[in-house]
Design a binder for this molecule. Sequence first.
Ligand code: SF4
Length: 248
Amino acid sequence: MTLETEINTAAAQLKGRTPQETLTWALNHYSKIALASSFGAEDVVLIDMIAKICPDAPANFYVFTLDTGRLPVETYDVMAQVQQKYPQLNLQIMFPQADAVQEMVSTKGINLFYDSVENRKQCCYIRKVEPLSRATQGLEAWITGLRRDQTANRATMETVELDADRQIAKINPLIDWSNDDVWAYIRNHDVPYNKLHDRNFPSIGCAPCTRAIAEGEDLRAGRWWWEMSNQECGLHVTSDGRLVRAKS
Ligand code: SF4
């Protein structure tokens, strides 16, 4: 059976399962698996669920985050709270290559991303995409907090997808959840969360590339708002620009 067939079979089997059932299946099924966390609302929900499913550190599992060097202070605050509350979850903080950042900033300026889409993509590549490649090396699967109603791009995603670039599985346990479901879980389970969410930041990335949204705006409208057309950072698209999906 090819990896793609195996993943499509798993996606069919996991349809309608709860996030906890999907996580339990994934943690048992893969010998090396990690949760990608930016400490947004969905990520802290998943962290809490995994800590409850596996009170002891699962040996085959880690949480990783990408510290771009440009994160808001509130993200570091929730990162510290999560480290304190769930010390068993083996948090690995990935940093960009210092030489690459130095070269980019000295040739193009510290806020190069405002000057062109090309510059923004270069900055996201150096600070996020390349560290993500190192973080996912050797994994059989990675877990994300993606939900279908976050963007039109994500509307057709499945619980389990093929990450075509990395040839591993991508698990999206909250894919069927709404924003209200996420916040009900956070409140009911007293989960630490990024305080920027209380100031109309539903989606939080780097400080200079994220703004609060106005009432009625799309949930990801505050990300790279000056470009107006692209609210994906490259972490969930393939190298040729397609979304990471199980079926083409
Ligand atoms: S979100 Fe902005 S600061 Fe962060 S890596 Fe991308 S372009 Fe650079």
